[in-house]
Design a protein around this ligand. Structure first.
Ligand code: ADP
Ligand code: MG
Length: 675
């Protein structure tokens, strides 16, 4: 019997190379493998007779092979020519350049062929159909790739659906023992199918009804575990995280905010009140501040830093990239230095001043690596990061005071959802943009309109505006190759397209000082166009930038594009996002066109998951996404139900001792999060 905890490499058909590819999808154990769910299904249940075939329709036939052979054409290409027959008639079959097919398909075999009839040499023929041999074994256990509801898996890292079907069906055929971790009364009350049935049917459904039941069950599981995890964590936090209350009077707070160059929106005022009340408690704050890009989260965080300062405590402000750290540094300097606060910037390329005494430390992960003197930390702000993880918690060390924690995210999710998915955090939402903002007009630009788009940028620059040009996406990380291509693109634009304009180049391999200088000068309008790798992904704030041009937009996830788009439209001018693609595939174009229709981050990230599957989305989109494998973020009903059940269990049995297998699923981090 197959052991679900075994490594995938222990399966007979999975060698070292495939083990590696699977690992890239976060699939290490057999259990991970069967939790790799199909992204969609194809209904290939209906078999037709050869005599019923109509041109231009895709059909499944189930004939016997009469003849099959490879021939070489005059141009040296291979043709595989066959003749197949069923009780109703005979038809020719042709495959191009797949001579290996004759190793599998032999005369006399019964096969399923799925494809279209078209003319070949003036005769009707089945052209390049997909095939599955009907061995005697298959005739009893059922087919995998045809004559059923066929699972289609997100195809990434060179793992084909056909291959995944094969190994997953091997595992399931051995009837692995699934531990039923949900209490029986919940299964009964919610009419859920058993866990074993759910896994069988999600991969190889007998019908669309049983598929739907399997989805319901597995979505329930996923949300239930997610919420259980959050609940246990929150409980632990409230029990352990004691701190020094941070208070500020009404008048000093007002005086401080009055020094801002704008008035707070009513959303900002509301979330500030929530944060202020948390800070005044003895239990450390653990709050998520959510708001779309540019909604003014950083401004609110700076007020929290100020409150911390007036209580003789220090703040740490963590950003995901150096550029953002620099920007926050500038912003907080402007707002807080006049009030006497001392601010230090700590990034990988900028050695911190370890002796100095500062009120706020702003930086990247380097904040954790440098041995800074973090005494009396009252507040930790984390920008655009999923969680205050184990690693980050290390800075809290053994201190008796747990700092207040404010996590910020630009992924816009509805409150009910946020409460569930970030159930361990309290939530504050900024749900309006400052009044002067306009919606960013978004267009997908095909190859032939490239010049027109450049003309458009020229016109915008003529009006005193600025543009970002994001270079071809090569690899998710800022590799040398990405930098090289950005440099080439910069040279091409500078000499060939915009010789009369002022261009600057920005990428992750530049020295921090250099990047700082370039951004400062871009903000100061010394440049018209900033050519950049996708390092500017989150949070860059240049009010007079009105155009965001993104090359090879098809390589990005929709959420990633939404984030990039958020770099413009920060001032009061109409802004534009131009998505360049060389692809003419209708699928790609319609995916990109979703950005011209939707301005909601939640909508876009849901679509992304649906269209590209979790592997792709999480491979490239990085921050802020919620990694649901099967449950839908929009399934509020299941979210509510699972929330009620898990709360009930935890209130009866706070440490879930009477439910050991549930407890194990909940505390096994790897289970759900691929990161
Ligand atoms: P976020 O961190 O949510 O992306 P920021 O705090 O960086 O947003 O604010 C984006 C821009 O909007 C900044 O230029 C900031 O100065 C400005 N801003 C913030 N709050 C307001 C407001 N209430 N009215 C006008 N502009 C604001
Ligand atoms: Mg921001």
């Amino acid at each position: 019997m197959v052991d679900l905890h075994a490594k995938v490499g222990s399966l007979p058909k999975v060698g070292p190379a495939l083990t590696q590819r699977l690992a890239k999808l976060g699939i290490n154990t057999v259990f991970d493998l069967i939790n790799h769910f199909p992204s969609r299904y194809q209904d290939l249940t209906k078999v037709v007779l050869i005599s019923e075939l109509l041109p231009d329709q895709t059909n499944l036939i189930s004939p016997q092979i009469w003849q099959i052979k490879n021939i070489r054409t005059r141009s040296g290409k291979f043709l595989t020519l066959g003749k197949v027959a069923d009780s109703s008639g005979v038809i020719d079959v042709v495959w191009f350049n797949q001579p290996f097919i004759t190793r599998t398909l032999k005369e006399g075999l019964k096969v399923n062929l799925w494809g279209k009839v078209d003319k070949f040499n003036n005769k009707d023929a089945f052209i390049s159909p997909e095939y599955e041999v009907l061995t005697t074994a298959k005739q009893s256990t059922g087919t995998l790739h045809t004559q059923r509801i066929v699972p289609i898996y997100p195809e990434t890292y060179k793992l084909s659906s056909k291959w995944l079907r094969l190994i997953i069906s091997d595992v399931l055929a051995q009837n692995p023992l699934f531990e039923e971790f949900l209490p029986e009364n919940i299964i009964q009350a919610e009419n859920l199918v058993g866990i074993g049935t759910a896994y069988q049917q999600i991969h190889f459904p007998n019908s669309f009804e049983s598929l739907s039941l399997a989805k319901t069950r597995l979505s329930f599981d996923e949300l239930f575990i997610l919420e259980g995890r959050a609940l246990l964590y929150k409980q632990e936090w409230k029990n352990k995280a004691r701190t020094n209350p941070l208070k500020i009077g009404e008048q000093p707070l007002k005086n401080f905010i009055k020094s801002f160059p704008f008035e707070l929106t009513s959303s900002q005022k509301r979330v500030l009140a929530e944060i202020r009340s948390d800070l005044a408690k003895e239990i450390s704050m653990n709050r998520l501040l959510e708001g779309d890009v540019g909604s003014g989260k950083t401004a609110v965080a700076s007020i929290a830093c100020y409150i911390t300062y007036t209580n003789n405590r220090k703040s740490i402000f963590m950003a995901p990239t150096e550029i953002l750290a620099l920007q926050h540094y500038q912003t907080l300097k402007n707002l807080l230095e006049p009030k006497g606060l001392k601010i230090s910037l700590v990034t990988g390329s900028r050695k911190p001043d370890k002796k100095g005494e500062y009120d706020i430390y702003i930086g990247t992960h380097a904040l954790l690596q440098e041995k800074m003197n973090y005494s009396l930390i009252g507040l930790v702000v984390i920008d655009e990061q999923h969680r205050f993880g184990v690693e980050q918690r290390a800075i809290l060390g053994t201190k008796t005071e747990t700092p207040h924690i404010l996590t910020m995210t630009a992924t816009p999710i509805p409150r009910t959802l946020a409460l569930t998915l970030y159930g361990d955090l309290d939530i504050s939402i900024i749900d309006e943009l400052p009044k002067n903002r306009l919606r960013i007009k978004t267009y997908v630009v095909p190859k032939e309109k490239r010049l027109g788009a450049y003309q458009f940028i020229r016109k915008e620059v003529g009006m005193g505006h600025q543009a970002f040009i994001i270079c071809p996406f090569i690899e998710p990380s800022e590799s040398l190759q990405t930098v090289k291509s950005a440099t080439l693109e910069y040279d091409r634009l500078k000499t060939g397209v915009f010789p009369d304009l002022k261009l600057a180049l920005l990428h992750g391999r530049q020295k921090s000082k250099e990047k700082e200088e370039i951004l400062k000068d871009f903000r100061g309008k010394l440049y018209d166009i900033l050519v950049s790798t996708p390092v500017v992904e989150v949070g860059i704030d240049i009010p007079s930038a009105t155009v965001m041009l993104i090359e090879t937009a098809d390589r990005f996830g929709l959420s990633g594009l939404h984030q990039l788009r958020g770099r413009v439209g920060r001032g009061d001018q109409q802004s534009y996002c131009l998505l360049f693609t060389d692809s003419s595939s209708p699928r790609v174009l319609s995916r990109l066109n979703l950005l011209s229709k939707h301005y909601s981050g939640i909508k876009l990230s849901e679509e992304d998951l649906r269209l590209r599957g979790p592997g792709e989305v999480f491979g490239t989109a990085q921050h802020g996404l919620i990694d649901l494998k099967i449950a839908q973020m929009s399934d509020l009903q299941t979210i509510e139900k699972t929330k009620l059940w898990i709360s009930k269990l935890v209130s009866e049995d706070p440490s879930l001792q009477s439910w050991p297998s549930l407890y194990n699923r909940i505390t096994n981090q790897k289970d759900i999060s691929p990161n």
